[in-house]
Design a protein around this ligand. Sequence first.
Ligand code: NAP
Length: 506
Amino acid sequence: MNKGKICVSVCAKTAEELFQHLESATSLADLVELRFDCLDDEYIHPVRERLWEQGGLNRYISTFRSFEQGGTRRLTFSQRKNFWNSGYETEIADVEEDLVEDTFSWVWPHRICSYHDFDGVPVELEKIFHRLRLTDAEIIKIAAKVEDATKAIPIFNLIKIAKTRHKQVIPIAMGEAGKWTRILGLAHGAYLTYASLKSGGETAPGQISADDLINVFRVKELGEATEVYGIIAGNTGYTMSPYIHNAAFKSTRLDAVFVPLQVTNLDEFIRRMVAHETRELELNFHGFSVTNPHKQAIIKYLDQIDETARAIGAVNTVNIVDDKLVGYNTDAFGFIQPLIKRFGDLKDARAAVVGAGGAARACVSSLVDTGAEVTVFSRDITKAQTLAKEFNSSAQKLEAGNSELETDFSTFDIVVNATPIGTRGERENNTIAAARHLQNVKLVYDLVYNPAETRLLRESRLAGTDTLNGFEMLIAQATKQFEIWTGKPAPIDEMVTAARKRLDEC
Ligand code: NAP
């Protein structure tokens, strides 16, 4: 258990809404941030009066920020100054630098002096920190937007600097790429981490819900010795892995956490966050899941690669042992295990794999290994040919008609969709094939798992074809990762429950 706090940020337009939110927020959090800038003008005074009458000022942080500082409206300097000096105090005032000397310490028992940058991490970050440090606020908050996990390093390293100056600090890297700072901050000595009341109710970019911070990431239980794992991806916004792996760590009582690491520049990530000789911080990384677009690019950074991953030419799992990076591929195992269970012997089965990306690579390799005859289909025939050639299989172009794909698969026993077509969102109503293209096919295997029933699977049923979605693969590849990282049997039931719960929430 660390000493950090979780602070739920509450932003409401009316008094009624605010007090409703407060009730739920106080039951979840150590502190509640009251975003007075969110309230319509007419409610600000009555809300402060009511809070004052209730005597419930403890555990609240007040903020009243203008638009440029992350607030929800334009406020003049004097409007802000009047707010702070109008005589109602909460336990903590979060005041911007330009006003900190004007908010009186005898009115506000504790003050945060805060700095926000929504354009990126300021070059003079440390200078700004020291400038804020010299104010008489006890706590310094610096929040800056980042687009890549590595850009958040200087923000996170403020914790170390603050310790040497005996100051409390709240370092926040905003945005999806900064989530790791919100999760790991308390373990390293950050004063607090902000949370939203619920998913979808974020008051700043990249904020995580209080429920997830407490029950998924267990942020208050983490320490510097906690083993850190994560998923390296170009976009971590939709990943299920933190939910599945943190549930596994929790149920096996391991002092470990799994975080999203949105990385565009893999080279920088390895150099500045991972490699022993060059890294700029000590997060105690023990392993990674690797996904799009880094599954092949990661190979050159590995000290060792296992035989299966080498044969596939793609790595989705890195284990870190004594600072050495060892690469594995669990996609192939995750893919083939449910397929054999459902289809039986694959020897001489005619399989069409649609897609020529990272997942297709693992599918083709493991199908060929089991004796299936594989044809790779891709909209770009060159990509299909390149992949097929590596695994002694055939290639065909995925034909597109005016409004939909027009490839006939009726000569195949198995059709695998290894493209994102059919995934929840914009492509949800699309399919690689309609029922008429699937006559006589025995099994359609869609790697997509969200939604559980894709249009492709509905079309397959119309054609009388057996179906398999990507959920079992998702779980199987994750259980294998868990076993590689921990050397323990994976708690499959807990992983399945966590994945299903998350899918229901999405
Ligand atoms: P990837 O490396 O980006 O490859 C995607 C492939 O799909 C590429 O060949 C791409 O062709 C093709 N594609 C994309 N959009 C297309 C479209 N509109 N029409 C035709 N082809 C299209 O991605 P990946 O890692 O292989 O993943 C592929 C899918 O498998 C994803 O949906 C992923 O979620 C799923 N997956 C599931 C699991 C699981 O555990 N169930 C595991 C891994 C992957 P171009 O190269 O021409 O763009």
